[in-house]
Structure formats: C-alpha cells, structure tokens
Design a protein around this ligand. Structure first.
Ligand code: PLI
Length: 462
C-alpha cells in the first residue's frame, strides 16, 4: 500500500479565515482595480498570491525571536545568521539585506557597467529591473522547453549552453559581469536546474573568466528535485545536495522570505574577498550596518533557525508533495497547467484556459481576477503585465508564458485547503467562456504589475 504523507508539523496557533459574499468580493475587486495585488488580505479566503514572506514560523523560530540582539553594531544575532549561511550554503562571505531585491541592488551596482549584458535562465521582475537600472541588457539563455508549458522536461530551468556560448562570442566575456542563474526558475513555473547543468555552466563561464551568481531564493526546492530526478542523488540528504549546488557558483542573492522560512530578510553572499569588501562599503548606504542590513536582530535569529529547518528532508519532501497534490487534481480534471508541476506553485496556463482572449486583453490578469471573484482564492498574474515593456522600444514584452500562479505558502495551509482550491479552479474552468478580458487603465512606469489598475472589456468574452 502506498501510504499517504501528512503535514510534518502540528498546529499551535491559528488564524481565522473569512469568506466574503459574492457581492462583497465584487466590490473589493472593483476597488482594487482588478489587480489581486491591490486587494486587502482580510478580503481574501485562501491567499495564494505568493510564497514570499508568508511562511508559518516554527516554535523554535518564535523562540529565537526572543534571543534577538538589537545592538546597532556587532549583534550576536548577526553572527548566528552568518554562521548558518556559511554552514548550509558554503559561501565565505555574507552581507545581510532587508530582502532579496536589496541584495540584487547591491550586486547589480557592484558588478554591472553601462552597456553590459547579463545572461540568465529566464528573467525575474526585480532581478532584471536592477540589472537594467544599472545599464545592463538581460539576455534569456534558458532552454527552449522552458517556454513551452506542456513540455515535461525534468529540468526546465537549465541553461542552453550553446545560447550562452554564442552570447559570449558575440559580445565578448568582458561585457558579461556575471551569469545570473536562478535555482529554481520562478517564472518558468518553479522549474529546477540539474546539477550537471550547473556544473557545465560554471565550467563554461570560468573558462572565459565570467562569474556565476545564483538567485538562491528557492534553492532548497531545487535541491529536492535533484534528489528525485537526477541519477546518483536519491540517497543523499538535501543538505549535501545543496552544498554541491552552491559550489558551482561564486555567490548568490537570496530572498530569505522563501526558502529561509521567514517573513522578511535576505542576503548577498560570495567567495570573492574584494567583492565582499566593496559590498560592505555599499550596504551601509542602502540597508544599514554590515551586521544587520535592514533586519532587526530578531529577524536574523529567526532566519538562522529557518535556514536549518528548510534543509530537513521531511520538511522539503512534504513541501514539494503538497504543491504536487494540488497540481495533480487540476491535471486530472483537464485544467491546463504548466508541466511538470513546479516547486512553489501551480501555474495555470491562461492562454489555454481562456483561448477566447487575446494577449492584449491580459488573459492571466483576467483569470486571476475571475478566480478571486468566483471563490475568494487570490492568485497572481505572471504574464504580459509582469513582463513590462521593452526598455528601448517601449513596446509590451510579450512572454510566451501567460500564467496565473497559485503559490503555496510554506507550512500554512493543509491539504484540505488544497482540495478547496482545486474545486474552485475546476468550477471556474467549467464556465471559462464567461470570463471577459481587461484593459489597463493605469500603468506605473516600473514593475507595473504591483500597482496597475484594470477594467473589464465586456465585449471580449464569448
Ligand atoms: O521579494 P524579495 O525582494 O525578497 O525577492 C526578490 C526575488 C528575487 N528572485 C526571485 C526568484 C523571486 O521570486 C523574488 C521575489 N519573489 C516574489 C515576491 C514572488 O512573489 O515570487
């Protein structure tokens, strides 16, 4: 018998969920300009907007908060965090930041010069924004399969080494300050990179004197996929797999709000002492002293504890299985989702879900809004709105993937919640031709998806 796996924790404190009526949700949606980022969380029933900063902390993390040393300089809690990062990820030097984009800002300022190119395995919104702010052009070198939501490649986050090599030949290694490698790839659907691909990318880059910087935001999830899918790793603890992964990079940016199991925090880590010295100089301008970088002492203690908890094999196995549990129900009901099911979220394929909408009618945005209206479940658009505009032509970037992300917070919801979400999506799928498209009525100049406002285009639905 195939025994089921339960949540590897029991619940000590609960938050009551509230379900608004259809009319109340409709009002909330109009007030929020049909943008799920602009809803109030108390108006949401099950919140799958993001897995960022939404984790439930453990009893040991809550206890760690009390150990927080709030000294302005030389905080004991900083040394706890620094040793956790060194021990678990294996880097020599660590600079704390308030969250991932704080680290991206420092890295981009320190490494990029005007006119540079930063290759990466698909863009991420804030990461690319910082690269562009500092004068670089982002170049997508992910394998083609990553742009096909139905392709079952086990490591869809892989770099296409021939794309990378031809960029190096075209612009020259001096114009490439580093390769930005996300493990896993959020916008491809939470897809992992194989160990072999990390090693090959690292070797190729180093043969040209180019460094590799990981976006380590969901690196533990990546390590678990390697354990499941790559030969030679099945019997290794996730912690060891992670260490090997990180050895194929020269440093990383980290949003602690995901795989470090905390609500706020991040860091920049590296092995190069000169880069570290310069980062210590810069961090004081943007984040704070190199011994807190925008975090309170208690945040750093909780993050140190979370870093150890995240590499517990039981924790990460359940984490991945819960996401898969939701995704499989949708697959069984014929709902189009990105395959294979990723690490942190199930991604609905809005092009297939709403084939009657053109990309200019923002199908993923419309689908996320319709799901909230129908069931109170909050998801996030990851399509043309998130992709922004081309910085030279001003045209919309038009990603092949037009997705709605049902993102599972860590240790927050039970499998019963996943059942309710599955029912909600399936029932909307059954009446999908009633969903109409949207027009953008307010567009902010940067990272527009956070604050943009929309209105329905009634004629666009069937
Ligand atoms: O939200 P930050 O600043 O801590 O982290 C930025 C960031 C960097 N890289 C990746 C892959 C992310 O997913 C990421 C943040 N992601 C958010 C907020 C999300 O909802 O996916």
């Amino acid at each position: 018998m195939n025994k089921r796996v339960a949540e590897p924790y029991k619940i000590k404190s609960v938050e009551t969920l509230k379900m608004l009526s259809y009319e109340e949700r409709e009002r909330a949606l109009i007030l929020g300009g049909y943008n799920t980022f602009l809803l109030r969380s108390e108006d949401v029933y099950i919140d799958l907007l993001t897995d960022s900063g939404t984790s439930a902390m453990s009893d040991l993390q809550w206890a760690a908060l009390m150990r927080g040393d709030e000294a302005y300089a030389g905080s004991k809690s900083w040394f706890s965090l620094e040793s956790a990062v060194r021990e678990v990820y294996g880097y020599r030097f660590v600079i704390p930041t308030h969250q991932g984009r704080g680290a991206e800002n420092l890295l981009s300022q320190l490494k990029i010069h005007q006119g540079d190119f930063v290759p990466g395995n698909m863009y991420f919104t804030t990461t690319r924004a910082h690269q562009e702010l500092n004068g670089a052009t982002f170049v997508d070198v992910i394998i083609d399969e990553a742009h096909d939501p139905t392709h079952e490649h086990p490591f869809k986050g892989n770099v296409d080494l021939s794309k990378l090599e031809s960029l190096i030949q075209r612009v020259g290694p001096d114009k490439i300050p580093y390769v930005s490698l996300a493990v896993t790839v959020n916008l491809a659907g939470g897809q992992p990179v194989s160990m072999k691909n990390m090693r090959d990318t690292y070797e190729l880059c180093h043969s040209h004197g180019i460094s590799v910087m990981f976006d380590a935001t969901r690196c533990v999830e990546n390590a678990y996929f390697i354990k499941e899918r790559e030969s030679g790793y099945a019997d290794k603890p996730v912690k060891d797999i992670l260490q090997e992964m990180m050895s194929y990079s020269d440093g990383c940016t980290m949003s602690g709000k995901k795989d470090c199991l905390v609500n706020i925090g991040g860091f920049l880590a590296m092995n190069d002492e000169d880069l570290y010295t310069r980062a210590r100089e810069l961090v004081v301008l943007y984040e704070g002293m190199p011994s807190y970088g925008g975090m309170a002492g208690r945040d750093m203690e909780a993050m140190a504890q979370g870093i150890y908890e995240a590499v517990d094999d039981n924790y990460i196995r359940h984490r991945i299985q819960q996401v898969r549990y939701l995704g499989q129900q949708l697959i069984d009901a014929g709902v189009p989702i990105v395959r294979p099911i990723g690490g942190h979220a199930v991604f609905l394929d809005a092009r297939q879900f709403l084939p009657h909408l053109r990309q200019d009618e923002f199908p993923a945005q419309a689908l996320a809004a319709a799901l909230y209206l129908d069931s109170g479940v909050r998801a996030m658009e990851r399509g043309i709105v998130s992709a922004g505009r081309n910085k030279v032509t001003g045209e919309h970037n038009r990603p092949k993937l037009e997705l709605v992300r049902l993102t599972i917070p860590r240790r927050v919801y039970t499998d019963n919640h996943m059942d309710v979400v599955a029912d909600s999506v399936i029932s909307l799928y059954e009446k999908r031709d009633t969903v109409s498209g949207l027009e953008m009525v307010y567009e902010p100049p940067t990272l527009r998806f956070f604050n943009a406002r929309f209105a329905p285009v009634p004629s666009s639905g069937k």
